[in-house]
Design a protein around this ligand. Structure first.
Ligand SMILES: Cc1ncc(COP(=O)(O)O)c(C=O)c1O
Length: 477
């Protein structure tokens, strides 16, 4: 913090600039995306000079923040439809600020009682949304109890890795000292996020041992063919360490049939991990939670608050039905941190890859507490409704094809033409800067992909987007 200007003055400068930025973005007064050349941007932002001068305060700070904001991707712009990243609630952003300023590395309780307590509270809140229940902190690590538990981690990818570590501790209790047995496989949906394969490889199982589950024509897991696959693997002497289901998948946002998958996992005593990083948001809505029916039968669940729940990045929950598997996933001793001590709280450190851990619960809590649970539910429902209305609109216009009726806030469609033209259309859209959309491969084809994250995006925006796509398409002929 500078000695020349007070923190409150600098903070006022930053908050004012952010407020102007949010208004400007919401009002479409600047492009949703702009991609200047990296080296030029480093120069424009005067990075080298600022480091040399150590002058980032007052007017210099104001100039820097405004230049910085001018080169951001504007999530508050109604044309932001590209990725599964929350348009953050300003109260949640204040949570990130408080966390940054206090810097309580709360993985051990004594380094952040308030942050730890809030994480504890929010984890229990999430467990209840699944249909599980937490316990009071003094019973949290009780090896005699099979209660549910969890932890917040820095992102869904790390959360998926952590969940698979818990699955391994359940399947191979001696893994920490003796390593992997060599015949473990993990079965994942055709539409699984790449972090699943990455986690399997990091675990040392080998990416080739991350196998694809049978799927229907839309890419949903096909439970009726799972048993055959499991039998065939067992006949080869392989052990299925975990089965993963999507709730929902990344590309098209489809939910796998959890009750049927769970029944097979239960019968075959195989760990069921549900990747609800994106679609877990539907759990907060009475209208939508049916999409995740059966999730309470999972062994582990990953749920990102920084996707559908307006929480600033990152805030991902790893939740397990029986806390003991997560507690056993990391057996390491660190004498300066992990030792018997009198404490009134709970140390999350035994459940995470991280040692220093941000107070992620605060940004989630402050978001939910500002919106209220009902407000949050309405937000999630609004995103899904808008995707469905947009699908109706696309269906009415003959030049477009819808990949599938959206179940959540992700929608895939294409305009007549080959895969290359879809990519070219996206490229030109981004260059124009009115809309920022993504694209995906799905059912063997390239699709344009909309992810409805911004509560300010209206159907009229989608009408304008479709018109712009038609214009660009005409220019390709
Ligand atoms: C289904 C699913 N799982 C996991 C992830 C990874 O989450 P993160 O980006 O927070 O690492 C994503 C990200 O899009 C996802 O869609």
């Amino acid at each position: 913090m500078s000695s020349q200007t007070s923190f409150t003055e600098d903070a006022a400068i930053v908050v004012q600039a952010l407020n102007d930025y949010i208004q400007e973005s919401a009002g479409r007064d600047a492009p949703v995306i702009r991609q200047p050349v990296l080296e030029r941007l480093i120069e424009q932002l005067d990075l080298q000079q600022h480091i040399a001068r150590g002058d980032l305060t007052g007017e210099a700070l104001e100039q820097f923040v405004r230049d910085y904001l001018a080169a951001t991707t504007r999530l508050h712009h109604p044309g932001f439809l590209a990725h599964q990243v929350a348009v953050p609630h300003t109260s949640g952003a204040l949570g990130s600020l408080i966390d940054g300023a206090t810097n309580n590395a709360m993985a051990i309780y004594e380094m952040g009682p308030a942050a730890s307590s809030i994480e504890y509270f929010m984890i229990n809140w999430m467990l209840e949304k699944i249909g599980w229940s937490g316990v009071s902190s003094e019973r949290q690590s009780d090896p005699q109890s099979d209660h549910a538990g969890g932890v917040l981690t820095h992102g869904g990818s790390l959360a998926n890795l952590t969940a698979l570590l818990a699955a391994r501790s359940a399947r191979v209790p001696a893994f920490w000292k003796s390593g992997n047995p060599g015949n473990l496989v993990v079965l994942v949906p055709e539409q699984s996020h790449y972090s699943m394969k990455r986690a399997v490889a990091i675990l040392g199982l080998g990416e080739d041992n991350c196998l694809t589950l049978p799927a229907d024509a839309d890419g949903r897991v096909l439970p009726s063919e799972m048993q055959q696959q499991i039998n065939a693997l067992r006949a080869q002497g392989r052990q299925v360490m975990a089965i993963v289901a999507n709730a929902c998948g990344t590309a098209a946002g489809l939910y796998d049939p959890l009750p049927e998958i769970a029944a097979i996992c239960r019968e075959q005593q195989i760990w069921l991990h549900v990747d609800a990083a994106h679609g877990g948001g539907a759990l907060v809505s009475n209208k939508l939670r049916h999409l995740l029916q059966g999730i309470e039968q999972a062994d582990s669940v990953v749920w990102d608050a920084h996707k559908m729940m307006r929480t600033p990045t990152v805030c991902a929950a790893v939740l397990v039905r029986d806390h003991r598997h997560l507690d056993h996933a990391f057996e390491q001793e660190a004498s300066y941190l992990l030792h018997a001590k009198d404490q009134p709280g709970f140390d999350f450190i035994s459940r995470t890859v991280e040692c220093t851990k941000a107070g992620l619960g605060l940004r989630l809590f402050m978001t939910v507490a500002a919106m209220g649970e009902q407000g949050l539910a309405q937000h999630v429902e609004g995103l899904v409704e808008r995707a469905q209305e947009a699908a109706d609109l696309i269906r009415q216009r003959g030049e477009f094809e819808l990949a599938i009726q959206p179940e959540t806030n992700i929608l895939c469609f294409r305009i007549h033409g080959d895969d290359h033209s879809q990519l070219e259309i996206r490229r030109q859209l981004l260059e124009r800067g009115d809309f920022y959309i993504s694209s995906t491969l799905y059912k063997g084809q390239r699709w344009l992909r909309l992810v409805f994250m911004n509560p300010a995006t209206r159907l009229d925006d989608i009408r304008r987007l479709l018109d712009e796509i038609v214009t660009i398409r005409a220019g390709l002929d």
